[in-house]
Design a protein around this ligand. Structure first.
Ligand code: NAD
Ligand code: MG
Length: 386
C-alpha cells in the first residue's frame, strides 16, 4: 500500500491521478489532498477518498469547505501552512505535485525535506529552481518521478542505461492548435481557439502554453535539470500525431523512444507504481491505423516563446524564474481577454529585457525573482491595455 498526498487534486492531473487511485484501492491510499478554488469538486473528492487532511489554498475558503464537508472525519486546513501540512503528512510516502504555477514550489520543497518521494507534474518547480530542487533530491535521498509525458518518456527510454552514454534528448511537441496557421493570423486568434488542443486534454494555463509552445520551452528547461543534460543536447521535434512522447539518442547511434496513445493516465500511473506497471484503461496503440508519423523542426520565429525559453536557460541564474513569472502573468491577461495572443511573447520578452540575471541560492530568492518578474510583466500588460 502506497500512501499519497495529492497537491492540486481538483486539476486535470489531480483528477486523472484520483481515477488511478480509485481503480487500485489495494495499492494506493490518499492521506492528504489540496485544492485551489473548486470547492464543490474538492468536497466530493474528500467524500470519496476520505483523506486525513484536506487543505485549500486560501484561508478564506476554510469555512465554506468545512460546511461542505460537515459530518466527514477530515482535518480541514487553509493557506500555505495547510498546503505544507498536506505535503508533509507523517504517513505520506509519495507526493503528487500537481499544483499549477509557482505556488507549487514551497509545498514540494517541504515534502522533499521530509523525505517524501515526488511524482512531479508541476513544471515550474524545475523551471524556476531546477538546480536547488535537484540538490535537495540528492541531499534528502528521495526519488523524483516525472509525470509530464515527455519526461516520463525520456525516463522510460533511459532505464537501464548510463546517462553518460546519452548524446541527445529529443522532446516531441504536437505543435498545438496553431501549427499550420500562418504566422500573420496569430495576432487575431481567440481564447477559445487557443484552448482547443488537437491531441491532449489539459488545464487552461498549460493549454495556452501549448498553443504558444512555451510549454515545450518549459519542458526543455525541466529536462535539463531532471536528466542533468546540457541544453545544447536537448532538441525539440514537432510530431503532430503525439504518438512518440520523446526519445533518447545514445552515443552508438541507437535511439530509444516511448510510444502510446496520448493520455496522461499512462505517465501518472508509471510515476505512482514504478517499477511495476498497472493497467490504466489507456487506449492500446494500433500503429497500423496511422498512415505516417511525421517529424520536423519548430519554426522559432513563429513560436517566439520557445526561443525565449532557450534564451532564459542559456542566461540561467534568475532568468528562467523571471521568464516563467512573466509567462504566467501574460497567459492570465490573455485568458481574461485583455491582451492578444502574440502579445504573450512580447510581454515575456519585455520583462526579460528589463532583467539582469543574478544568482539564486534559495527558494526564497527564486520567489523574489518570480515576484519581480510578475510586477514588471503586469506593468507591461497594463501599458498595452491602456
Ligand atoms: P489545472 O489548472 O487543471 O489544476 C491545477 C490545480 O492546482 C488545481 O487543483 C487548482 O485548484 C490548484 N491550484 C491552482 N492555483 C493554486 C494555488 N495558488 N495554490 C494552491 N493550489 C492551486 O492544471 P493541470 O493541467 O492539472 O496542471 C498541473 C501542473 O501539471 C502544471 O504545472 C502543468 O504544467 C503540469 N502538467 C500538466 C499536464 C496536463 O496534461 N494537464 C501535463 C504535464 C504537466
Ligand atoms: Mg508535456
Amino acid at each position: 500500500m502506497k500512501h499519497l498526498s495529492i497537491l492540486g487534486a481538483t486539476g486535470s492531473i489531480g483528477v486523472s491521478t484520483l481515477e488511478i487511485v480509485a481503480a487500485y484501492p489495494e495499492r494506493f491510499r490518499v492521506v492528504a489532498m489540496t485544492a485551489g478554488k473548486n470547492l464543490d469538486l474538492f468536497a466530493q473528492q474528500i467524500r470519496q477518498f476520505s483523506p486525513r487532511i484536506a487543505a485549500v489554498a486560501s484561508p478564506d475558503d476554510v469555512g465554506r469547505l468545512k460546511e461542505l464537508c460537515s459530518g466527514l472525519k477530515v482535518e480541514i486546513l487553509g493557506g500555505i501552512e495547510g498546503l505544507i501540512a498536506a505535503a508533509t503528512a507523517d504517513e505520506t510516502e509519495m507526493v503528487v505535485a500537481a499544483i499549477v504555477g509557482a505556488a507549487g514550489l514551497v509545498p514540494t520543497a517541504a515534502a522533499i525535506r521530509c523525505g517524501k518521494d515526488i511524482a512531479l507534474a508541476n513544471k515550474e518547480t524545475l523551471v524556476t529552481a531546477g538546480h536547488l530542487f535537484m540538490d535537495m533530491v540528492k541531499e534528502y535521498g528521495v526519488r523524483l518521478y516525472p509525470v509530464d509525458s515527455e519526461h516520463s518518456a525520456v525516463f522510460q527510454s533511459m532505464e537501464g542505461h548510463r546517462s553518460q552514454d546519452i548524446s541527445k534528448i529529443i522532446l516531441t511537441a504536437s505543435g498545438g492548435p496553431f501549427l499550420n496557421a500562418p504566422t500573420e493570423t496569430l495576432a487575431g486568434v481567440t481564447v477559445k481557439d487557443a484552448l482547443n488542443h488537437p491531441n491532449w486534454s489539459m488545464g487552461r494555463k498549460i493549454s495556452i502554453d501549448s498553443a504558444t509552445m512555451m510549454n515545450k520551452g518549459l519542458e526543455v528547461i525541466e529536462a535539463r535539470w531532471l536528466f542533468d543534460v546540457p541544453v545544447e543536447k536537448i532538441d525539440v521535434n514537432i510530431h503532430p500525431q503525439s504518438i512518440i512522447h520523446s526519445m533518447v539518442e545514445y552515443i552508438d547511434g541507437c535511439v530509444i523512444a516511448q510510444l502510446g496513445s496520448p493520455d496522461m493516465k499512462a505517465p501518472i500511473a508509471y510515476a505512482l507504481s514504478h517499477p511495476e506497471r498497472v493497467a490504466t484503461g489507456v487506449k492500446p496503440l494500433d500503429l497500423t491505423l496511422f498512415s505516417g508519423l511525421t517529424f520536423f523542426r519548430p519554426d522559432m520565429d513563429k513560436f517566439r516563446c520557445l526561443s525565449l525559453a532557450y534564451r532564459a536557460i542559456n542566461e540561467g541564474e534568475s532568468m528562467p524564474a523571471v521568464m516563467n513569472a512573466a509567462n504566467e502573468v501574460a497567459v492570465e491577461y490573455f485568458l481574461e481577454g485583455n491582451i492578444g495572443f502574440t502579445q504573450i511573447a512580447e510581454v515575456i520578452e519585455g520583462t526579460m529585457n528589463a532583467h539582469q540575471a543574478h544568482r539564486v541560492t534559495s527558494i526564497e530568492e527564486v520567489l523574489q525573482a518570480d515576484l519581480w518578474g510578475r510586477t514588471i510583466a503586469r506593468e507591461i500588460c497594463r501599458k498595452r491595455i491602456a
